[in-house]
Structures are given as structure tokens and as C-alpha cells.
Design a protein around this ligand. Structure first.
Ligand code: GRF
Length: 218
């Protein structure tokens, strides 16, 4: 087990509701959320952080001359905070290559589909339209593509004939709230290691993943 337990620092980036942030706050056993940043000052998730005495910072587009400058300010703040990981939780802004280069292999995202299927937006509607039998969520490393980085872990749900976009979204979200803290806690204690080309799980964690119904790369 990693000796830096509880010293594992993450910065969470959000844009809206913040239900994943809430799950991370609730289940932050081995990591510490040192700050929450939002590109939307009105993001309701900011209040969740404040309620838990987590520092927040928000960025308003109109305060910057360009979107690029605003993105740069967010990147600079992350750099300043020296986190172990930058964690995207419903952060609706493309991460530019210079941001990724500043945190190689250290920016994570959760996406509501079983990647590589259905990258991008409106995944639940697209899954229903395609009459898929399975859907789910993926925790992955962020690279310069859209939802194309290395997959760390996935959780699948069944798509029922009577599912609507809302019911499907709720089912997937419930699994998101389990898998994201699980991944982050296990990264913090070294049970998951992110290498350049692969993600390595300890043998005991592979067993646990099976029990929890999480799919991991083998
Ligand atoms: C989630 O569905 C997540 O998969 C996607 O954005 C949504 C964020 O929801 N990246 P919330 O703000 O965490 O409630």
C-alpha cells in the first residue's frame, strides 16, 4: 500500500450539477479534494463543495478576453495546486493539449457510455435509438481526443425495453457514483497504477472488481 495514503490530492473540475462530485466527497477515503474548479459560476456543484468546506474557484467567460485565456487560467490554477490527479466530473470543456502535457497520464474523466462506444454527448438517447442491450459508464485517462484515452474501469447496466432517457441516465449515474470513488481511492493507495501504455491492477483488486461488477482491462 502506498505510504502517502490521505496525502493523495485531487482537484475536481465541474460545470454543473455535481452529483459525481458529491459521491467523491462522500467516499474520499484515501484521497483529499483540495479544490473544486468550475468554468460556470452558476454550477450547483460548487455549493456541495462549499458545504463540505472544500475551497472553490469559478471562472466566468466574460472576465477573459478569449476562451483560450480562460482555459489557460484553469490549467494554471491546477498546476499551482500541485495535485496528484485532475479529476473531471461533468466538466463540459475540451481539455487542450498543453493542459494534458502539464499533467501527463494524470487527468481522469468519467463518461456515460461503455467506451469506445458512444463518445461525445447525448449518449443515453443514442444508445436507446440504436436499441442497445447494454450501456454504462467508463472512467478513463484524458488524452487529446474526445473520450479516447486509456480506459481504467467500466460498469455496465442492462437497457430495458421500457427505459427512457431519464431512467437509463439514472441507472448509469448510480454506477458512476460507485465506480469513480472506487477508482480514485485505489489509485491513491497504489492498487491501481497508471503507466504510460497500460493500467495495472493488483491481484486482490482484480477480484474486488469482479465482485463489484466492474470491468477492468486485463
Ligand atoms: C455525468 O453523466 C458524467 O458521466 C458526465 O457528465 C455528467 C455529470 O453529472 N461526464 P454530474 O454533474 O456529476 O451530476
Amino acid at each position: 500500500m502506498n505510504s502517502n495514503v490521505n496525502n493523495y490530492k485531487i482537484v475536481v473540475l465541474i460545470s454543473g450539477r455535481g452529483s459525481n462530485l458529491a459521491a467523491l466527497i462522500k467516499d474520499s477515503k484515501y484521497f483529499k479534494i483540495i479544490e473544486v474548479l468550475s468554468n460556470k459560476p452558476e454550477a450547483t456543484g460548487l455549493q456541495l463543495a462549499k458545504n463540505s468546506a472544500i475551497p472553490t474557484k469559478s471562472y466566468r467567460r466574460s472576465d477573459f478576453q478569449s476562451l483560450a485565456q480562460m482555459k489557460s487560467a484553469i490549467k494554471d490554477r491546477c498546476f499551482e495546486l500541485e495535485p496528484d490527479l485532475v479529476v473531471l466530473a461533468g466538466f463540459m470543456q475540451i481539455i487542450e493539449p498543453d493542459f494534458i502535457a502539464a499533467f501527463p497520464n494524470r487527468i481522469l474523466n468519467i463518461h456515460p457510455s461503455l467506451l469506445p462506444a458512444y463518445p461525445g454527448l447525448d449518449t443515453h438517447a443514442r444508445v436507446l435509438a440504436a436499441q442497445e442491450k447494454k450501456h454504462g459508464c467508463s472512467v478513463h485517462v484524458v488524452d487529446t481526443g474526445i473520450d479516447t484515452g486509456k480506459i481504467i474501469a467500466q460498469a455496465a447496466v442492462d437497457v430495458a425495453a421500457k427505459d427512457t432517457e431519464e431512467t437509463l441516465a439514472a441507472k448509469v449515474l448510480a454506477r458512476e457514483h460507485q465506480i469513480y470513488p472506487w477508482v480514485l481511492n485505489n489509485l491513491a493507495i497504489g492498487e491501481i497504477r497508471l503507466l504510460d501504455k497500460q493500467v495495472v491492477f493488483s491481484d486482490s483488486l482484480k477480484q474486488q472488481a469482479k465482485q463489484l461488477g466492474f470491468n477492468i482491462p486485463i
